[in-house]
Design a protein around this ligand. Structure first.
Ligand code: FES
Length: 119
């Protein structure tokens, strides 16, 4: 099982292929935001990678990051835990002013992923 390290929080064994956004909530117990429910629309699930950033990304992630001009971040709803990775949680419910973290993301990446290499 891959190891997920969350800076300042801890290290966790995560089931192979689990969505990172769900691992951040369920294994690491963080209050990671996911306002659109993991649909690659809101970017509130963004994280910063410390190590192990995936080299591939979904087309949906690439397009929404480009549309919002977001750099240096990745969308945890569009990433599978298929290797060891270390991230920084930067978009949390605490301090956000939102009433909840968002709809629960499905177990599988949505929309159905089309993978490309990160440019
Ligand atoms: S883009 Fe909305 S939860 Fe990932």
């Amino acid at each position: 099982m891959p190891t997920l390290t969350v800076e300042g929080v801890g290290q966790y064994e995560v089931p192979e292929g689990k969505r990172l956004v769900l691992a951040l909530k369920q294994e690491a117990g963080t209050d990671q935001l996911h306002a659109c429910g993991g649909q690659a629309r809101c970017t509130t699930c963004r994280v910063e990678f410390v190590a192990g950033e995936p080299t591939r990304m979904t087309v949906a992630e690439r397009e929404v990051l480009a549309a919002k001009g977001a750099t240096g971040v990745r969308l945890s709803c569009q990433i599978e835990c298929d290797h060891d990775m270390s991230v920084r949680v930067i978009s949390r419910l605490a301090g956000s002013g939102r009433k909840d973290a968002g709809h629960e993301p499905a177990a599988a990446i949505t929309p159905p992923p089309v993978w490309v290499e990160k440019s």
